[in-house]
Design a protein around this ligand. Structure first.
Ligand code: GDP
Ligand code: MG
Length: 329
């Protein structure tokens, strides 16, 4: 198994596809990771369907490693793309969208969790689009589902990725202002969905990075893909990932308990069925037994009373007098 896995790890040739300015920056970041003794980096990519998760995976790797679909029918299973470069291994895990028919697709989530068993997530990229103007309860539910699966701690290791970043904001809004408004809205969603409290996050806030996967992305004089604000976004994305990785928080190891447990944030809930069973065995059942016993003895008592009055009636007045029944003093 290990052999088979190892054989799948290909040389990261895609890095050579980037313009040399980008290559230089990426190799610099890899050098920084090597200095920190990081030899493996596993990035998990999650979000709703059609937001640009697979495209972003391909952009990072620098080749068409996973399939991109304009309309629906994404691969229903997660895919891991592994590439090595001078002793460093980059794993990027692409996942199917978490929303189906207006609900969180718990089946897809289960498949993702099982796929991640025994893997360690170093960084989560939570992907959505920049060019959307509202957030809703569904966004909160997606964040909640991720949190329920991997624990609040995953947000220590997260970055929000906003695709379709080459846009002209509506109503003549300034680009940076639009970006900050959209970022704020999504950070609110994460805080709400993950029920983050002050002090839950190691880093001050979850970094938001912009991405433009389109082939029509503008380029700078060094041929690097740039955003409307002039930022070369591929090295910026990798740089942010590196910062998240080195922010002092722990990677998320996905073990059996995490997969099978209903919710790592509510471990006590596991006890609910057990408590219900104990209650039944030691409280409800004895109660039922006691009630049955009571009914049984009451029945006997009623029978005896009827019997006694029948006996009394059977006796003649003389006999009754003799027996002292009805004697007045
Ligand atoms: P996924 O379902 O989240 O994996 O999304 P995909 O990567 O399959 O992308 C869905 C559609 O959006 C495809 O048609 C992509 O070409 C397109 N797309 C993804 N990212 C971007 C982006 O940054 N800019 C633009 N213009 N289109 C994008
Ligand atoms: Mg996809």
């Amino acid at each position: 198994m290990a052999m088979a896995l190892a054989a799948q790890v290909r040389e990261w040739t895609g890095i050579g596809q980037f313009p040399s300015a980008t290559q230089t920056k990426l190799l610099e970041l890899l050098g920084k990771l090597k200095q920190e003794n990081v030899s493996t980096l596993t990035i998990l990519v999650m979000g709703k369907a059609g937001v640009g998760k697979s495209s972003t995976v391909n952009s990072i790797i620098g080749e068409k490693a996973v399939s991109v679909s304009t309309f629906q029918s994404e691969a229903p299973r997660p895919v891991i793309v592994s590439r090595t470069r001078s002793g460093f291994t980059l794993n990027v895990i692409d996942t199917p969208g978490l929303i189906e028919g207006g609900y969180v697709n718990t089946h897809a989530l289960d498949i993702i969790k099982r796929f991640l068993l025994n893997k360690t997530i170093d960084v989560l990229l939570y992907v959505d689009r920049l060019d959307a103007y509202r957030v809703d309860n569904l966004d909160v539910q997606v964040v909640k589902a991720i949190t329920d699966s991997f624990g609040k701690e995953i947000w220590n290791r997260a970055s929000i990725v906003l695709t379709h970043a080459q846009l002209s904001p509506p109503d003549g809004l300034n680009y940076d202002l639009f970006v900050s408004k959209r970022s704020e809205a999504l950070l609110k969603v994460v805080n709400q969905g993950a029920r983050l409290k002050k002090g839950d996050l190691q880093g001050a806030t979850i970094p938001v990075v912009l991405v433009e996967n389109s082939g029509r992305c503008n380029k700078n004089e060094s041929d690097e893909k740039v955003l409307p604000n002039g930022v070369a976004w591929i090295p910026n994305l990798v740089s942010t990932v590196t910062e998240v990785l080195l922010n002092g928080s722990k990677s998320i190891h996905v073990d059996k308990k995490m997969i099978e447990g209903p919710n790592p944030n509510n471990k006590g809930k596991i006890l609910i069925p057990l408590i219900a069973l104990l209650q039944y065995l030691f409280i409800v059942k004895p109660m039922i037994r006691a009630i049955k016993r009571d009914i049984g003895s009451e029945g006997g008592l009623a029978f005896n009373l009827i019997d006694a009055s029948a006996e009394r009636k059977a006796k003649s007045p003389a006999e009754r007098r003799k027996a002292g029944v009805g004697r007045k003093y």
